[in-house]
Ligand binder design. Structure first.
Ligand SMILES: [Mg+2]
Ligand SMILES: [Zn+2]
Length: 159
């Protein structure tokens, strides 16, 4: 069994897009200060690092899943420069009320469980929205509401 840290994406890993804007290219994707280092610390401590992100711009036709994938490849390549990596990224491309995976639903977490043997009792959810905390609560892991991943990593690694 592995301990996992589930991370929100927008507003935690990268700067939040302006209202009604969607991040569709690597140029729009600005990684926040200290994030690669924080992810590396979680990697080194043996945590699975798993991103769970709502991207309803896909349902709205504002961006494609291919663009989302391209942005995520860019993220992984930037992390690799710091010796860090994300183990898996799960995306909800649906609109509100259309699915069981849009946070605060827990479908993305259940997808992760199919791939990884996760010890929920030692796992965390970190995000900058109430919906992130609610999702973590519903899934049954400890949750941290913050827009600072370095600070959240400090808390998690302090045990
Ligand atoms: Mg967010
Ligand atoms: Zn969904």
């Amino acid at each position: 069994m592995r301990n996992a840290v589930f991370l929100d994406r927008d507003g935690l890993i990268n700067r939040q897009a302006a209202p009604h804007h969607y991040i569709s290219t690597p140029e729009d994707f600005e990684i926040l200060p200290g994030v690669p280092e924080a992810i590396k610390r979680l990697n080194d401590a043996g945590f699975l690092v798993i991103v769970v992100t709502n991207q309803r711009g896909v349902a709205r036709g504002m961006l494609t899943m291919e663009q989302v994938e391209t942005v995520h490849q860019y993220l992984q390549s930037e992390l690799a420069k710091h010796g860090a990596h994300i183990d898996a990224i799960y995306v909800c491309p649906h609109a509100d009320g259309e699915c069981t995976c849009r946070k605060p639903n827990i479908g993305l977490f259940l997808m992760a469980e199919k791939e990884f043997d996760i010890d929920k009792s030692q796992s965390w959810m970190v995000g900058d929205s109430d919906t992130d905390v609610e999702a973590g609560k519903r899934y049954g892991v400890l949750s941290i509401l913050t827009n600072s991943l370095p600070q959240a990593a400090n808390m998690i690694l302090a045990g």
